[in-house]
Ligand binder design. Structure first.
Ligand SMILES: [Zn+2]
Length: 466
């Protein structure tokens, strides 16, 4: 094990597809999952003479995000050409922003169990995404060894927002927490689905290490195109282990791009320093610089909703930090708040918000009454199903009360215990989780009419070690 005075240093570059109707520089519609190459035009296919026209909505969304991250909004933003050759980039360059991005330095409040950390935002800029290359045949499904490759230009030209953090994150856990909260901020603003599975949110992860108290930074490894919270965390931990090993052995740690291999849980060099890209950035000659009008920035400032960090802080008092954080990063805290506002206790409200489907806010009062009453699980299921579709009346469900009579439930509980000796033994041997299974058996035997709280208690009493 490496000595504990080594510290992880992480910075994230997060790429987000903006949820505009059309592409960044042409009017092709964006449609996820559309048949290949059905949303293209001379602009996004780079026919000679075709000229780009910036998407106003994408610019507004970028400024909105910048405001939510307390960024300085540029008075004069410049689009720049980033030159490189790749089959999925028909122009031979990507229109991006380099020296004058739309959003300059900002900060992101990261609430934690023990207070708050501030993560610096270096910049947020707007660019266009490349098209999608699909490698076919071969054993690995990767470019090396593939039989052939196909390009789908539907994605080419999708507005892409890049948010660059300062190297302020200090662990894998903190980095993924930042990413979850940033993702929720983006979703709340309505500017993107930010869905890693669909590829509408991807992250490049920069990792280096240093000894506690050390000033400045050592060379970093960049892990590109990560699209899973779990793998990002594991890749950061693997990079930490490998870099500490190398530093301890006196080996040179060169700045490079790495790939994370989940099977071996190790990073391997993707591209060495000698081949580092030279993008030859220069201002895009087909576009004039953009100067966001002050009225526009002020209008957008008014559209920024309460930030997730603020909501977590607010709810932590009622629910504790981890429960508040879970609700907020799943976008479900409004349900808990609506039910609690109707008098339901916070703990039940939070559990219902996490585990039940969404309902129309107008039904919060009726649902709170139904939840407080001792109704059957069936009645509860029915109420929630109806509450998602239209207004409901509590009275329609309150008559279906659950079976809580111990004299009636006792023999059923005994029968279940007698019929499941293996599970009973497992529970007595310390497998707490088996209790849920036994509760389920009693629920089944009563067609869902038993009160699970009472069943739980009766089972625990009977299975207590003699
Ligand atoms: Zn187009």
């Amino acid at each position: 094990m490496p000595p504990s005075d080594w510290q992880t240093v992480v910075g994230l570059e997060v790429h987000v597809h903006l949820k505009t109707r059309t592409k960044m520089f042409c009017r092709c519609e964006l449609e996820y999952g559309a048949p290949e190459n059905t949303h293209t035009c001379p602009v996004c296919l780079a026919h000679p003479g075709a000229l780009p026209v910036p998407n106003e909505r994408a610019i507004e969304m970028t400024i909105l995000l910048g405001l939510a991250l307390d960024c300085e909004i540029a008075e004069r933003a410049v689009f720049a050409r980033k030159n490189y050759f790749y089959p999925d980039l028909p122009k031979g360059y990507q229109i991006s922003q380099y020296e004058a991005p739309l959003c300059g330095p900002g900060r992101f409040a990261l609430p934690t169990e023990d207070g708050e950390r501030e993560i610096g935002i270096v910049r947020a800029h707007l660019e266009e995404d490349a098209a999608k290359t699909v490698h076919a045949g071969g054993a690995t499904g990767r470019s090396v060894g593939a039989d052939y490759s196909l390009v789908d230009f539907n994605r080419g030209g999708t507005p892409l927002l890049e948010i660059v953090s300062a190297p302020d994150l200090r662990s894998a856990e903190e980095a993924t927490w930042y990413l979850r909260l940033l993702r929720q901020t983006i979703v709340d603003l309505g500017i993107s689905d930010a869905d890693m599975e669909k590829g509408t949110l991807r992250a490049d992860v920069n990792v280096s290490v240093r000894r506690a108290g050390e000033e400045g930074f050592r060379s970093r490894w960049e892990i590109k195109n990560m699209n899973s919270f779990r793998f990002i965390g594991r890749a950061i931990e693997a990079a930490f282990r490998q870099q500490v090993e190398a530093h301890e052995a006196g080996e040179e740690v060169a700045q490079s791009t790495y790939d994370y291999d989940a099977d071996t849980d190790r990073l391997t060099v993707h591209r060495s320093k000698e081949e580092a890209d030279d993008y030859r950035y220069f201002p895009e000659p087909d576009l004039v610089p953009f100067e966001p009008p002050a009225e526009l920035v002020e209008r957008l400032r008014g559209d920024v909703p309460e930030r997730p960090a603020e909501r977590i802080r607010r709810l932590s008092g009622e629910l504790g930090f981890s429960s508040a954080a879970e609700l907020v990063t799943n976008g479900k805290e409004w349900k808990a708040e609506a039910l609690a506002a109707e008098g339901l206790d916070w703990k039940t409200a939070a559990a219902v918000a996490m585990n039940r489907d969404d309902f129309l806010p107008e039904n919060a009062g009726a649902l709170a009454r139904i939840l407080e009453a001792n109704v059957t699980r069936e009645a509860l299921d029915e109420a929630f199903e109806a509450a998602a579709k239209g207004p409901i009346e509590a009275e329609d469900y309150l008559s279906q009360t659950a079976l809580a009579d111990e004299a009636e439930l006792g023999p059923i509980v005994d029968a279940v215990i007698a019929a499941r000796p293996e599970q009973v033994e497992a529970y007595r041997g310390g497998k707490e989780g088996v209790l849920g299974f036994l509760v389920g058996q009693v629920m089944r035997a009563t067609q869902g009419k038993a009160d699970p709280k009472v069943v739980n208690r009766l089972l625990r009493e009977r299975l207590r070690p003699e």
